[in-house]
Design a binder for this molecule. Structure first.
Ligand code: MG
Length: 203
């Protein structure tokens, strides 16, 4: 399986990192080793001094497809959750300045913890879905899919031009504003609407 991530999918987040608002989705990949086994903490890696959290809505693909049109994209997924796109911001900054790929900053081991998946039928409107991240009990990020620059279905149309989507592939759909650094002993809790889907400790 593969993990496909969208960058800069919320205008307010693009702005907070001084990035332009993109005209088409910004895409990058993480390998399957980026998944963090459930019940494991996230261990702060020694190669970075500035790991940031990015809470994102995650879609799980459950049907094989290529060149999927936006109109039919909703037939290719049935479950959603919230995940964290951990980012070594110091390495990413260096990569950006040198025009280098982002993998060392984005795709390292454990950089894609996932919450538990929830059937999309549970939600009335995927176009107005709330998700949020609390750290140590304090609200840090609040997202709503209505603020996405590219909707879930538009993202699937876009990426399936380049990559065949397979069963089990995951799409991280981008983070809203409010990203920031993590600290050892932080306690992360992520919610999809009212339901807590992720509970993670930083060690
Ligand atoms: Mg992200």
């Amino acid at each position: 399986m593969k993990i496909i991530c969208v960058g800069r999918n919320y205008a307010a987040h693009a702005k907070e990192l001084n990035n332009p608002v993109p005209k088409e989705p910004v895409i990058f990949l993480k390998p399957d080793t980026a998944l963090l086994p459930k019940s494991m903490p996230f261990f702060y890696p020694s190669f970075s001094k500035d790991i940031h959290y990015e809470a994102e809505l995650v879609v799980k693909i459950d049907r094989v497809g290529k060149n999927i049109s936006q109109k039919f994209a909703n037939k290719y997924y049935s479950e959603l959750t919230v995940g964290i796109d951990f980012t070594a911001r110091d390495i990413q900054q260096e990569c950006k300045e040198k025009g280098l790929p982002w993998e060392r900053a984005k795709a390292f081991d454990g950089s894609a913890p996932l919450g538990k998946f929830i059937a999309k039928e549970k939600f009335q409107e995927l176009e107005q879905l709330n998700f949020s991240l609390k750290i140590n009990g304090e609200n840090r990020q609040q997202g709503n899919t209505a603020n996405m620059l590219f909707s879930i279905d538009a993202i699937i149309e876009y990426i399936s031009q380049f990559f065949t989507l397979k069963i089990g592939d995951l799409i991280f759909t981008g983070t809203p504003e409010g990203v920031g650094p993590i600290v050892i002993n932080d306690h992360f809790e992520a919610y999809l609407e009212e339901e807590k889907v992720l509970d993670l400790r930083i060690k």
